[in-house]
Design a protein. Structure first.
Length: 365
């Protein structure tokens, strides 16, 4: 049984070496999402009986939670790999949240309308992203999401009409499948230094769009308090010795953003960074992945973009931009990403986490 209350025990039990030994085949763990003391979700690769090579890992403090997954595996004729009491691994086709949408999409992919596809991204229980080659020519970006509402389609259309994003080709809200026009160009992990102004201008155009009346998330004071508290709990669990430092930081952040959260909200991207921008040599940059769009403060998008640039080492100081409490929102975004070294399996995750917390302090001060 994995000790789900101990972050180091989780990482030891779910290392590539330990998983390979338990499963009897090569397994690599790429990402973990942990609810301390309760459960762990992991994104993994290996042979799960369907030729896809991608799958998920699930461990729960209550071993009975795994039973419902076993029943589905029997229906689909795919194996579940047991890792001991309460821990299992399965194919992407058995994903507890996305499997219905994936089955529907697979039928389409095996039909006459397409000639091939490639998996671009998979997050267990959250999203699958594929590039699909259409038989009539061209490609589409297809996403299977945990949640897909008509409001999402409205945002996609709004962004496309403004010349900022891809066209919506089809959407199946029942199975949470969205097909978008493939945007020609390149994405990157960081913004080219000479194109930072362009990226800021592109998201500013999104902020200027009118999306009143849509049923979108509200990134308001309540959301901020909840997400900040969650980040604090996670970091204090990972690094108990820094409990007081993290608590002081979150208190400072709460005070620093309070006035900016009282301003009238507008449309925001909700997850803005360099990899949400498609660059083309002869066209303005365009935005992708607007499924987290909502009502909030434009500065949260700017803070998110700049924080990732700082983590990439491409930005050492903040540019002078007319956004209220910009340094606080950058520090908030850094704190939200501070646990990534642990989630992605960095061997020196403790040192990397501490460095990110210190970076957030430096930006805020």
């Amino acid at each position: 049984m994995i000790n789900l209350a101990d972050p180091q025990a989780i990482r030891r039990a779910l290392s590539d070496q330990a998983l390979t030994q338990m499963a009897g085949q090569p397994i690599a763990c790429h990402y973990l999402r942990v609810k301390p003391g309760t459960s762990v979700w992991g994104e993994i690769s290996g042979d799960f009986g369907d030729g896809l090579g991608r799958g998920w890992l699930y461990a729960h403090a209550d071993p009975l939670k795994a039973n419902k997954f076993r029943q589905r595996a029997e229906r689909y004729g795919l194996p579940l790999l047991a890792l001991g009491s309460g821990a299992i691994m399965g194919s992407m086709a058995l994903d507890p949240v996305l499997h219905r949408g994936w089955r529907v999409l697979r039928r389409r992919l095996s039909g006459e309308a397409t000639t091939g596809w490639s998996l671009l991204k998979y997050r267990p229980g959250r999203r699958m992203v594929l590039r699909v080659e259409e038989r009539h020519g061209g490609s589409s970006l297809v996403r299977v999401l945990a949640r897909c509402t008509p409001a999402y389609a409205a945002v996609v259309r709004l962004v496309h009409q403004a010349g900022l994003g891809a066209a919506l080709q089809r959407m199946d809200t029942r199975h949470h499948i969205v097909s978008l026009q493939w945007l020609e160009g390149e994405t990157a992990g960081s913004v080219p230094a000479e194109r930072l102004e362009e990226s800021l201008f592109a998201v500013a155009r999104l902020h200027a769009l009118h999306a009143d009346g849509l049923d979108l998330p509200h990134y308001d004071a309540s959301w901020f308090a909840q997400t900040l508290a969650q980040a604090e709990r996670t970091l204090c669990w990972l690094l108990p010795a820094l409990h007081h430092q993290v608590r002081r930081l979150t208190e400072r952040l709460s005070a620093a953003v309070a006035d900016s959260l009282n301003r009238p909200p507008g449309l925001v991207h909700g997850d803005f960074s360099a990899d949400q921008i498609v660059w083309h040599a002869r066209r303005p940059p365009r935005l992708i992945d607007v499924d987290r769009a909502g009502y909030g403060q434009p500065v949260m998008d700017i803070g998110s973009l700049l924080a990732v640039e700082m983590l990439q080492g491409n930005l050492r100081s903040l540019p002078a931009l007319p956004y209220p409490a910009l340094s606080a929102w950058v520090a908030y975004a850094l704190l939200q990403r501070a646990a990534e070294p642990y989630r992605y399996g960095d061997e020196n995750w403790q040192g990397a986490l501490q460095a990110r917390i210190q970076q957030a302090w430096a930006v805020l001060e």
